[in-house]
Design a binder for this molecule. Structure first.
Ligand code: 13P
Length: 253
């Protein structure tokens, strides 16, 4: 089955509004004639609205790095799905390992956020991944199964159908240590099988699974050649128009 490739840039806590606009303008011009690959960028909250304005008429989609599950109210420091919808945010990254590691995110809170995003018709990029310690202890597949089950708890087929899963091994994030295409493919296949067991073959075959963790213009092609790797969630290399565009244009290499 052919799945449409999807490359997303997660800017994390980088870029002032001025810097964000400069980067978006660079991306718009270098990705102007881009077809056959879906592209999204996830700026920090302060830059979301100006970036949304700048993206009008462009095929690049806007993503948020997180969201809270309530619509509004006394939740200091949080952002609601309604606010993201208003500025035409299409995707939301949920369960990133940095949220799990530093901000107390658990499978249960990931599940609540996913449900809120779906309720407001935001598409989810659902992040999972094992730590180095878990990999070395041979727990990779158990950890991922637990994260998939917990994150997707109580969700039915039609809700998960358009979801994007991002496999981001924690040991590969920002370390320059990428999973080899073989390592990533093995895990992606196991995630697809897990989704098939939870739902159906039709669902699991349609879901796109991105790889994330030190993706660069140099290693993207090898990753994308694998059957079950449908895209990438890019951190560091998404902060420059030139490198991110080269990643998006992996087919031309
Ligand atoms: P790096 O590409 O900087 O390793 O970050 C990956 C990531 O966490 C994307 O969400």
């Amino acid at each position: 089955m052919k799945r449409y490739p999807f490359i997303a840039g997660n800017w994390k806590m980088n870029k002032t509004v001025g810097e964000a606009l400069e980067l978006v303008r660079g991306l718009k011009s270098s990705l102007q004639d881009m077809a056959e690959v879906e592209v999204a960028i996830a700026p920090p909250f302060t830059a979301l609205f100006p970036v949304a304005q700048e993206l009008k008429g462009s095929s690049i989609h806007l993503a948020s790095q997180n969201l809270f599950w309530e619509e509004k109210g006394a939740f200091t420091g949080e952002i609601s799905p309604v606010m993201l919808k208003e500025i035409h945010c299409r995707y939301v990254i949920i369960g990133h390992s940095e949220r799990r590691q530093y901000f107390g995110e658990t499978d249960a809170t990931v599940n609540r956020r996913i449900k809120a995003a779906l309720k407001f018709d935001l598409k989810v990029i659902f992040c999972i991944g094992e730590t180095l310690e878990e990999r070395e202890e041979g727990k990779t597949f158990t950890v991922l199964e637990r994260q998939v089950e917990g994150g997707l708890k109580d969700l039915v087929e039609k809700e998960v159908k358009d979801m994007v899963v991002a496999y981001e091994p924690v040991w590969a994030i920002g370390t320059g240590k990428t999973a080899t295409p073989e390592q990533a493919e093995e895990v992606h296949l196991s995630i697809r099988r897990k989704i098939e067991r939870l739902y159906s073959r039709e669902i699991s075959e349609g879901i796109r699974i991105q790889y994330g963790g030190s993706v660069t213009p140099e290693n993207i092609k090898g990753l994308m050649e694998r059957e079950n790797i449908d895209g990438a969630l890019v951190g560091g290399a998404s902060l420059k128009a030139e490198t991110f565009s080269r990643i998006v244009r992996f087919k031309e290499m």
